[in-house]
Write a protein that binds this ligand. Structure first.
Ligand SMILES: O=P(O)(O)OC[C@@H](O)[C@@H](O)c1c[nH]c2ccccc12
Length: 279
């Protein structure tokens, strides 16, 4: 694995906490019957919605304060706003997440739910059922093929997260079929939508490609879609304010051939501060 000193201190702390949780997991393991992520994206497209995975993220290392609302109510609002799928943080110490929250959310909605955590050991896959799990290429290093196989054995669909072309190559070599390009650099915690634009052209067409992080406005949605995103993963911009309205705004970006262009411009100046780069 890479030299950890290159990572932002907050990320190093998250990883060390993740290793301490490495023994978590139920004895006996999980056997998941997943809700199909690709089918959920296709349904959204057929319905004129941009496929968005909306993320329940109560807080993060660079977000001020914690959103205390019931995560189930937030999740239901996101689905009402048109989210094709949901992502739920289960990392407890830095993101205010829990496996219990994920279970409650997954029971309450019928869209696929991604477990968002920093998984580094196979046993962690058994902590809770979800439709999709995240593996971050940078953090799992050479264990990627084994963890991918272990996740699939349990029935999970797997989203492999990459940040550059070298990680993309590793993900493809390991057999990943759903790949997310994180626009946030985990070394600096800085967001640059150009990251997706530089990696996306290297991704084969049969891979489901997701643009992650830093997407805050209809203009950002258009930019990522133009660069080839099949779907978008959005946290902060949806969590800030009315989650249903925020989701709806992003999901409807392509409805009616840009008919909303003017109101988009107004909406972008509302509550969201696009200069912030929370994780
Ligand atoms: O809040 P944002 O900028 O919309 O980002 C969401 C999501 O991409 C981000 O939370 C994320 C991407 N990869 C991660 C890995 C772990 C924790 C969090 C993440």
């Amino acid at each position: 694995m890479e030299d950890q000193s290159e990572l932002a201190p907050a990320v190093r702390s998250i990883l060390s906490a993740a290793r301490d949780r490495a023994s978590e997991g139920r004895s006996g393991g999980v056997a998941v019957e997943p809700r199909d992520l690709r089918a959920a994206f296709d349904r959204a497209e057929a319905d004129g919605r941009v496929p968005v995975i909306a993320e329940v993220k109560p807080t993060s290392p660079t977000t001020e304060g914690t959103r205390e609302d019931d995560p189930v109510a937030l999740a239901e609002g996101m689905v009402a706003g048109g989210a094709a799928a949901l992502s739920v943080l289960t990392e407890p110490e830095h993101f205010g997440g829990s496996t219990d929250t994920l279970e409650r959310v997954r029971e309450a909605v019928d869209v696929p739910v991604l477990r968002k955590d920093f998984l580094v050991a196979e046993s962690q896959l058994d902590a809770v059922e979800s439709d999709v799990v995240l593996l971050i290429a940078r953090f799992v290093g050479d264990d990627l093929p084994d963890l991918l196989a272990a996740a699939r054995d349990r029935g999970f669909q797997v989203l492999v997260e990459v940040h550059d072309r070298e990680e993309l190559e590793r993900a493809l070599d390991a057999g990943a079929t759903t790949i997310g390009v994180n626009n946030r650099d985990l070394a600096e915690l800085v967001v640059d939508l150009g990251t997706f634009e530089s990696v996306a052209p290297e991704v084969p067409d049969d891979v489901t490609l997701i643009a992650e992080s830093g997407i805050g406005s209809p203009a950002d949605v258009r930019r990522m879609r133009a660069a080839g995103a099949d779907a978008l993963l959005v946290g902060s911009a949806i969590m800030d304010g009315d989650v249903a309205a925020n989701t709806r705004e992003l999901v409807r970006t392509e409805a009616g051939e840009g008919a909303d262009d003017e109101s988009d411009a107004d909406d972008e100046s509302d509550t969201r501060d696009t200069t912030e780069t929370p994780t």
